[in-house]
Each structure stands twice: as C-alpha cells, then as structure tokens.
Design a protein around this ligand. Structure first.
Ligand code: GAL
Length: 644
C-alpha cells in the first residue's frame, strides 16, 4: 500500500498536510515524468492540471455533498458554505479529494477554493458525438449527456504557483478510500458512549429545565447517553463569551453533578467567534484575524497562542466533566445571512481569508481535542475539510430536507467524514418516525431539539415507536463500535455508499439512498409520504432485518413497510445487545447472536476496550454461531438465534 506524491511547481506553505496528523501509510514521491498522462501549466488564474478520464469511469467524493452524488462531468468548487443550494461543491465540509470506480483517486493539497471539472470536452478532444436531435422539453435539453470517449479532467487551483497532488491507487474503490483515510491519520477512535443517543435541549433552557428533561428521559426509560446544552449556557453566544450565564445557570456545578449521577454526559455548544465580554478577548487580539464576525474575534487556531489560551480557559469546564463540544458556525454563510470573514482577511499565521476559511473548522476542532486530552469523545462540528478522518467529530446542518440528509449519509464516507441526519421538528408523526429511523442507522443518533420545548415525539403521539427505535440504536452499539474499529485501524468508513463495495455493478452508480451500515447491513431509508420504495440489493442472498424475509440479490425490489428497510447479508453472525439506558465504564453488554443463513465459518468481531479514554488495550473477540461463552468484561452471550 502506497500513496504517490507529485509536486507541481512550487507549492504554498500553508496547506492541509501542514496541519494534519501523521500519515499511517508510506508516501512515495513520484516525478512528473512518470505520470505521462498528467499535464500542468501556470495560468493567469493559478495552476491548472489536466488528465484524461475514461468513459464509464465514475467520479465520487468532494466531501459532504448534500445535493449531488455521482460527480462525473460535473463542476465542483471546494468552498465551505452553510447553505449549499445546489450541486456546485459548496458544503459545510468540502474536500479536495475524489475517488473513481477504476479504483484510483487524487487529493489536492490546497486550502484554496479549488475547482474540479470532472470530465469536460476540449476542442482538441477526439469527440465521436453523433448528430444530436432537436429536443423540446427542458428536462431533455439540459439532460446530462454521457461521453463515449475520454474526456478531460481539470483541477484549477487559484492563486498558486504550485501544488502537491497525492495519488491513491487502490486494489479497488474501497481500498482507495481506505488509503486516503490512512493517509489522513486513520479513522477516528470514538468513545463507546458516543454511539448512544444524543439529545440537545432547547437553547433557552435554564438548569432547572435541563434537569427536568434529564429526569424525564430516565423516568420514561428512553435511552439517552448525552445531553447537549445549546447557546443559552453562555452569558453571550453570538459571538461566544465562553462563560456561564449566571441567571440561567447559577448552580452549574451542582447541575453537572446531578446529570453525572443520572448517567448523562454533557456536551456544550460553542462558537469560534469570541465576544468582547469574554475574558479571552483581550488576550486573543494578537492571535486573531483582522475582521470580526458577529462582533467577535476570529482566533487563528493555527497559532500556539490561540490554542494555549483556549485550552487553559476550558480547564474549569473539563474539571466539571464536560464530555464533548459542538463547534458551531465555523463554515460561514454566503447565500443567507452573509456572516463570515472576508477572503481578504489577514491572519497572524500568514493565511488569508480563503485559506483560513478552508481550515477553520479543522483547526478549531484540533484545539478542542487538546482540551479533551486523554478523554475520548464523539462530538459535533459544522465545518471540516481535507484529511479529517481521524477526528471523532460528526457534521450536521441547519438544512432539513430528509432526502438531502440521506444523501449526506452515503456521501460522507467517500472523503473521511462523518455525518448525522439529525432530527429536529417534524411535519407529522410519520415524518418524525421516518427521520428517527434514518438517524438511528447513522454514525450519530442525534435529536437536536434546540428550538423545541419538549421531546418532539410527545405531541406527535408516538413515544412508544420512538422509544423502540432509540432502543434499537442501543442494540446496535457493539456492532457499530466494531465498524469504527475497522475505520481506525484499516481506514474503512463505518457507513458507505454501495458503489464503494460494488464499483463494477452499474446498478449502484446512482444509488445515493441506500448505504452499508458496517459490513453486513444495508439500509434503505424511507421518507414521509412514501408508501413503498425500490431497493436494490447486490449479488448474494439477503434477509429482511425486521421480518427475516429472504431476498435473492442482483435485483431491485419494491418494498412496502412501516419499518425502515434494512437487510442483512446471508452468512452473517450479527451481535445485538439488550438495550441499556446509557453506557458506563463498566457496562457489560448482553449479546444475542443472530445467525443469518449458512454461517459456517463466519465470525463476528466484538471490540473490548476501555471505551472512555484513549488506551492501547483493545482486544478483538471473535464469536461464531456456536459461541455461548466469551471471556470478557464488556460482553456476555445471552443466546443464539438462527434465521434460516
Ligand atoms: C445553529 C446550529 C443549530 C443550533 C443553533 C443554536 O447554528 O446549526 O444546531 O445549535 O445554531 O442557535
């Protein structure tokens, strides 16, 4: 396994690899003479790279793309933005990396708004286009025309005199993605409790209301591990003071104790913009950019000065037992609100506004990882970019189209990102249930009730359905923890689009609304008002997760169900836990092994480790369809069930 670096011209100094963790795979320098198909030149715009793209070779990636999936023949501009309106490349987390069905991919080491044109036709291209007929319908006129000849792929890096390209050549598409993640420092090491359910309270809640909500969860026996406090915990939040609001939280220490005693881990909302009333403000002035956002400083988190001040300031919060932070609004908005810093901003590190915009979320997050020290977390951030797979932070959005959220789930895995299709309000009971179905089958089960007075299921009269789904999430925790272990050690994304596994199967090329959840499960979420949906299952035999119905893959099926369509691969030993309300250091999961079809020789892995702090103590336990006892403090086998 090796990644190749080609240096073109003289690259800039402040680029993503300067700030990223150490690669876990070897990097081999390659001279341009060995990449005969690749051409580059300096233009008035910056540096232009061109190479051919074979017909039929499909392109995916570019980060968290909510509006598009297969990117072949598309133009993508890598620009962070909170409100993408179409498939342009704008995103909370755009990434200058793409992967192809031929099993190779390229990462462009730049913090510029790089433009990728994924297969265009040049005048010099030997086109074989036949005479095209006159079209009258708009949909026909503007329909995508597939090229049957090699097109030209261009990478246009503005303002620079050179760039490093990293070329990943995998055995297949998934291998290529794994290589990119290993190059990024490997997949993240998440806390065990982070895979439980997270509920964020109304932003105006005071300590009494927060405690009431916590007690309500425990009384109703709805599993919840993490309670999130939104902006209202601070005396000032837009921009942030990072200081407790004395009216809403006069007894925050006692509140923390009570929450801890009920088994909750607390996550605090924060922003990277520092309000004049904050004790950090004056000290941060020399380490901040020259423009403000919401009257707040924008700290340059690439400087030691800004990092040290932040880490020091958070010591008290850490001593209270804060387990995670939600790092909001580091993406910036250009289409709505217009709050961000200008591209001409100057930062003490020497970055301009464009570079810092691409790196802001990542650098802020790195600072907060320092705050956490040895404690593991799974927290939230609203902007990320290149080389981010090693950070235990999940992306989220204020947008709310359910289908776009599902597209985010399958897209994030192409570029080393995690995404939660969070649930907030719902139009109807059905809408709520469908959304919660999707979120429990994602990397983070997040109910973000930041503008709701109560749990969103109460007035929709579906508490029992939602409780069952949140319990199902708890049943899936050990299985998902194993998937995260594969992410950490092998770079394999825990959730990924079907095309990653089956690039040779053309049926998967446009399939954004189905995804692998771990190695053995395919999820095909449904949205409200859908009575049924088409599900494609790859070659092989599959079983319905809820009804045990058998399917012969390599075909599409019409599925009608009130449950979420979920399928388990034949030959799987699936470990499901008896749901617990929340996870503690000494939680032992009671496991039932569900054996689907012929499981002779099949094993399921269970990861036994500390789960709360970073430690090199992981034991990989292997269980099979006959395992009745396992020596482990984390797992015990309750029973074995066979699904014939
Ligand atoms: C938004 C964020 C929401 C919520 C809100 C509170 O920017 O995306 O999830 O935290 O701020 O003001």
């Amino acid at each position: 396994m090796s990644v190749y670096r080609i240096t073109l011209g003289t690259p800039e100094e402040l680029v993503p690899t300067k700030f990223s963790p150490k690669s876990k795979i070897e990097v081999t320098p390659l001279s341009i003479e060995h990449a005969k198909e690749l051409h580059f030149k300096q233009t008035a715009r910056g540096l232009l790279v061109e190479f051919p793209l074979n017909p039929g070779n499909e392109v995916y990636g570019f980060g968290l793309q909510l509006k598009g999936f297969r990117q072949t023949n598309r133009k993508k501009t890598i620009r962070p933005n909170a409100d993408p309106i179409s498939n342009t490349g704008d995103s909370h987390a755009p990434v200058p990396f793409f992967v192809t069905t031929e099993g190779w991919g390229i990462f462009v080491d730049s913090a510029r708004y790089v433009e990728f044109n994924c297969g265009y036709t040049k005048v010099s291209t030997a086109s074989t286009a036949a005479h095209s007929e006159l079209k009258s319908e708009f949909s026909e006129i503007y329909a995508k025309r597939e090229a049957s000849y090699p097109t030209v792929f261009t990478i246009d890096v503005p303002h620079v005199k050179g760039v490093d390209l990293y070329i990943f050549k995998g055995e297949n598409m998934l291998d290529c993605i794994c290589q990119y993640n290993l190059f990024s420092g490997g997949g993240c090491d998440v806390s065990l409790w982070g895979l439980g359910n997270l509920y964020r309270c109304h932003l105006e809640f005071n300590e009494k209301q927060v405690l009431e909500m916590a007690e309500k969860f425990r009384k109703m026996e709805i599993p919840c591990d993490i309670l999130g406090l939104e902006p209202g915990w601070q005396s000032c939040s837009y921009s942030s003071s990072f200081v407790w609001d004395s009216e809403r939280f006069p007894h925050y220490k006692e509140t923390f104790e009570k929450l801890k005693n009920m088994g909750f881990k607390v996550n605090l909302w924060e922003q990277g913009f520092v309000h004049p009333s904050s004790p950090l403000y004056e000290k941060l002035l020399p380490y901040s950019g020259d423009y403000k956002v919401w009257d707040g400083l924008v700290p340059d988190f690439s400087t030691d000065g800004a990092r040290e001040l932040f880490v020091k300031h958070h010591e008290e919060l850490q001593s209270l037992g804060v387990k995670g932070y939600k790092l909001d609004e580091c993406d910036g908005s250009d289409y709505t609100g217009h709050w961000t810093f200008p591209l001409c901003s100057e930062f003490p590190s020497g970055m301009d506004g464009e570079q810092y915009h691409s790196l802001f979320g990542t650098l802020f997050l790195q600072t907060m990882m320092q705050v956490h020290g040895r404690e593991k977390t799974l927290a939230e951030v609203r902007n990320l970019g290149a080389l981010a797979s090693s950070y235990p932070f999940v992306l989220y959005s204020d947008l709310y189209n359910h289908k776009d959220f599902i597209r985010g789930v399958s897209n994030a895995g192409f570029s080393g990102l995690l995404w939660s299709p969070e649930v907030r309000h719902a139009e109807s009971k059905e809408d709520l249930v469908r959304r919660v179905q999707t979120v429990v089958f994602s990397v983070q089960s997040l109910i973000n009730a930041f503008y709701l007075d109560d749990m969103p299921w109460i007035d929709k009269d579906c508490t029992e359905e939602i409780k069952a789904l949140l319990e199902l999430r708890m049943a899936l925790v050990p299985y998902l923890y194993t998937a995260f272990y594969e992410y950490k050690t092998a770079g394999k994304p825990p959730v990924r689009a079907l095309v990653c596994e089956h690039p040779e199967d053309k049926n998967t090329h446009e399939l954004w609304d189905e995804y692998y959840f771990g190695d053995s499960i395919i999820v095909a979420p449904m949205t409200a008002k859908e009575e049924s949906r088409k599900v494609y299952l790859p070659e092989g035999q599959w079983y319905g997760f809820f009804d045990g119905k058998k399917y012969e893959g390599g075909a599409a099926f019409e599925v009608t169900t009130a449950d979420i369509p979920v399928f388990v691969k034949s030959g799987t030993v699936l470990p499901l836990a008896t749901p617990v309300q929340y996870i503690e250091k000494d939680t032992q999961f009671e496991i039932t092994l569900y054996c689907y079809g012929n499981t002779e020789g099949a094993v399921a892995k269970l990861i036994e480790d500390n789960g709360f702090e970073y430690a090199e103590d992981a034991r990989v336990l292997r269980v099979n369809d006959h395992t009745l006892t396992v020596e482990s403090y984390r797992y015990g086998i309750k029973e074995i069930k066979r699904i014939p």
